[in-house]
Design a protein around this ligand. Sequence first.
Ligand code: SF4
Length: 62
Amino acid sequence: MKITVDRDRCIGAGQCVLNAPELFDQDDEGTVVVLEEQPTPDQEPAARAAEHACPARVITLV
Ligand code: SF4
């Protein structure tokens, strides 16, 4: 699995960080930063939770 995000459309809601703090952070402006683009199998459920929780739908799992 690979995580991609559209930072231009991120609204800084922080749901990704709440659901997967190992995978996502936010910069000083609140915009999402991907910490780990290729999550381990153990981290994949958290990645999916973040994808579903993002209100702007900018997280894509490939
Ligand atoms: S949940 Fe979505 S909109 Fe909110 S910070 Fe994360 S990527 Fe951005």
